[in-house]
Design a protein around this ligand. Sequence first.
Ligand code: ZN
Length: 246
Amino acid sequence: MHYLILSDIHANREALEAVLRDADGRYQETYCCGDLVGYGADPAWVIAWTQSAVKLVVRGNHDKACAGLEDLEYFNPSARKSAEWTREILSEAELAYLTALPAGPLATEAGTMVHGSPLDEDEYLLQERDAAEVFDYLEDTVTFFGHTHLQGGFQTKRHRAKRLPPVPAKSQSNVMEIEPEWNYLINPGSVGQPRDGDPRAAYAIFDSDKRQVEYFRVAYDIAGAQSKIRAAGLPANLAERLAKGQ
Ligand code: ZN
């Protein structure tokens, strides 16, 4: 089975459409590690697509914030503004959908899904030591996570962790074999707001038979996403950062 693994779509329709065109025909099921909305200008479209096409999704901190489940005081001003805007334009039914999204960890056939870390959906796994510290809490050989918007992740063994690289800037994809003696924390990268210096939309495909993960990057219509963010009156830096991948 081939699973399309997505995270941090952030209401970026242009990026998601490019991912779906690029991945077309190469997967059977889609899983998402959360943050469907927030930052971008197309939350309703992304929610509708998720409802029709995604088999399993765990909620992200922005989904919680937009649903009104989280205090916005810990959000930076741009994130807060976009959460308030998203809340205003979504329908009751769309907000109810966000409210009902399950918190991770969520066990699936492919592996465990979390937004931030297996311990805390809001925790950022940024460094090798962060990954090593959650080793005891990994319920599966493979755990998928997001939240950092950094493609790659970590492989861990007995509280040791090694970083997994993202797709190199001049490539479209890279393959990683799952080695039996390691556990894996796989971050597909962010579809809608990459922060690893590569502005291309990120995703991954997990092949559960061959036990391998292929990471991908795909160029998308950044200018289109930016002009919608500006037209919606969202903070300008949310448009600008898309071009930098930061
Ligand atoms: Zn996010």
